[in-house]
Design a protein around this ligand. Structure first.
Ligand SMILES: C[S@@+](CC[C@H](N)C(=O)[O-])C[C@H]1O[C@@H](n2cnc3c(N)ncnc32)[C@H](O)[C@@H]1O
Length: 209
């Protein structure tokens, strides 16, 4: 996916350079005394701002390819005055360029684009091709928290996890049937849930680290 530059958005993002960057991680997250959690495809930031607010002791990075979405998320981070969030206009394809080996404690993949056509399967953020990148940056006991409304994508992802040697736990095809208090709803989660679509969820980790 290409990063499309939009000059008027770039100009607006200039007001947020204390925690928004393009293509580089700001130093605060290189603090090994704190856990580092990374959200892939942050969208407009509902999830990352809520989870960061609840967990001030953890550093969060949101990667999002669309600068307009990053701008919306940045406004929420500023409004909540969160010191533990960094946002990067960034394509997950290049994730190994910004994190060191085994630096990340947790990845969140929330409602990633399903790319329904078979010939586009490699673009899905849970494709084995991406899982190999995640393996490099995740700590040996690091985990991937995955949520989606799309049952086809979910089943595909479980297959990819197994192929790549990940074990899964807490698998459900209806997360909201008994919604855990720690669940934080994303923009898409709210939208699909309101339309009566059940939410699939699981946690995956590499079996041999
Ligand atoms: C369907 S939306 C979900 C947004 C949000 N996570 C939610 O649950 O409401 C998917 C988001 O992922 C972003 N995205 C898709 N592919 C990406 C990639 N390769 N790198 C970074 N962001 C990506 C899109 O721009 C979009 O904002």
């Amino acid at each position: 996916m290409r990063l499309r530059r939009k000059p008027h958005i770039d100009e607006k993002l200039q007001s947020f350079t204390d925690f928004v960057t393009r293509g580089e991680v700001q130093p605060i997250v290189k603090d090994s005394s704190r856990e580092l959690h990374v959200e892939l495809g942050t969208g407009k930031g509902d999830f990352i701002t809520q989870i960061a607010e609840r967990n001030p002791q953890i550093n969060f990075v949101g990667l999002e390819v669309e600068a307009t979405c990053v701008l919306a998320a940045a406004r929420k981070v500023r409004e909540k005055n969160l010191g533990n969030v960094r946002l990067i206009v960034f394509d997950v394809e290049n994730i190994t360029e910004i994190f060191s080996a085994h630096e990340v404690d947790r990845l969140y993949i929330n409602f990633c684009d399903p790319w329904p056509k078979k010939r586009h399967a490699k673009r899905r953020l849970t494709h084995a091709r991406f899982l190999e990148l995640y393996r490099k940056i995740l700590k040996p006991d690091g985990e991937i928290f995955f949520k989606t409304d799309n049952r086809g994508l979910f089943d595909f992802s479980l297959e990819q996890f197994a192929l790549a040697g990940l074990e899964v736990r807490d698998v459900t095809n209806d997360l909201h049937a008994a919604e855990p208090p720690e669940n934080i709803r994303t923009e898409y989660e709210n939208k699909f849930s309101a339309a009566g679509v059940p939410i699939n969820f699981c946690i995956a980790r590499f079996a041999n680290g």
